[in-house]
Write a protein that binds this ligand. Sequence first.
Ligand code: FES
Length: 242
Amino acid sequence: MTAILVGMSAGVDPDALTGLARAADAEVAFLQVHDPALIDVLTSVADRGASDVLLIGAGWAQSGPKRSWLRRVAAHWLRSYDGAPTLRLAPQLLAAPDEELLAAAIAAGGTPMADDAAPLHSPAWEKVPRHRHQVLVCRGPRCSALGASALTSAFGDELRRAGLGDDDALVTVTGCQFPCNHAPVVTVQPDDAWYGRVTVDEVPGLVEAHLLNEERAAHLLLPRERSAARASAEYSDRGPRL
Ligand code: FES
């Protein structure tokens, strides 16, 4: 059997999961943000002749859709690959996987999946969300090396504690946002607020100041060369600069 350890959330540490998978002679794949993507790893192991594949979701400590995302993506791949191997899903996600938990999950195996799981599309995902703020957490190389890997889940935890949902603030990870010397960098849009040296300990204060009270967290704020008024004028003159 081929085991694939699947990083579920944007906040997982890809290097840590890769090391863990290698130590257990398993493959590693990611459901979002990081590479390699799950469908690419499934195709690769199937092309190499795997006949029985076990998916073990990892790194998702929050409540929410959890396994259904993994199930939907895996079923989508099953429907599209001719002669797909038996695909099994481990019964539990490993919120904080370690060598022992991973070995136990591999030994326990999983339930074979059918290809009739729900599709990737849903009416619930049709509309552009109405969030007031978008929190962009940089996961570029410098920010990731200086602590950004813990920030995404820290923002998620703090937003829940503050009673803010996806309509209030949407947390999104990005690649390098450029002012790497101030890593880890977090920006809050559409307010054009750039914050530097954001640590996990700073997250509650930043959420309270900016997202709850609409005040900038001044001690973390980075200077901007273009004024907000000029940026706004450029936007309306030429449209967004993509
Ligand atoms: S890596 Fe984060 S700003 Fe460059």
